[in-house]
Design a protein around this ligand. Structure first.
Ligand SMILES: [Fe+2]
Ligand SMILES: [Fe+2]
Length: 188
């Protein structure tokens, strides 16, 4: 499998996660249905342990550096801004963590703050993934041979094995599916 195909498959899961965030923010803002603090914690675990530590690091450490060596041309600017998105996203996640701490301490406006940062993060994720899927990854497919892409996919697998225990990954995906049943389904 090509590295870009594997990363696109990961995007589908991360987009489901964006739908979960949107539904969860709706619920927080309506306030008619209490959102368990545990669900906010699951959301942050998924970002910290999967999106940032596995998916984004595969792009930062494996795919993008190899693309740069092959010569990116004008897409170089888009890759630079994708890396900037990763940094901005991590800041939003820090803000969400902070808001969750206040929320757990019983500070009422903290739920609204969590929701505000989470929505900003959700919009960032959706736009970021659209740019990668429609411009950056097609450029990778153009400049990298299938053999190189398969080597990169193996490097991505090794990175994931190093960063995330298989049992933990299963738990994160299971929890994402549970959250999707509650928050993404409510949006249909
Ligand atoms: Fe990315
Ligand atoms: Fe990505």
């Amino acid at each position: 499998m090509k590295a870009t195909d594997a990363l696109k498959a990961e995007h589908r899961r991360i987009l489901l996660f964006a739908d979960v965030i949107e539904g969860l923010c709706d619920a927080l803002e309506r306030g008619d249905h209490p959102v368990p603090a545990q669900h906010l914690g699951w959301v942050l675990d998924f970002v910290a342990q999967y999106t940032d530590t596995v998916h984004h690091e595969k792009e930062e450490e494996v795919l993008f550096p190899r693309m740069k060596r092959a010569g990116l041309g004008p897409v170089d600017t888009l890759v630079a801004s994708a890396l900037e998105d990763h940094r901005t996203g991590r800041e939003q996640v820090r803000n969400m963590h902070e808001a969750l701490r206040w929320h757990q301490a019983g500070v009422a406006p903290a739920a609204a703050a969590f929701s505000r940062h989470a929505r900003t993060y959700m919009y960032l994720l959706r736009h970021h993934i659209a740019v990668e899927d429609t411009v950056i990854f097609p450029k990778a497919d153009e400049i990298l041979s299938n053999a190189v892409q398969e080597d990169l996919a193996a490097d991505c697998d090794a990175l994931e094995e190093d960063r995330l225990d298989a049992g933990r990954r299963e738990q994160l995906f299971f929890r994402l599916d549970k959250l999707a049943e509650v928050y993404a389904a409510a949006r249909d």
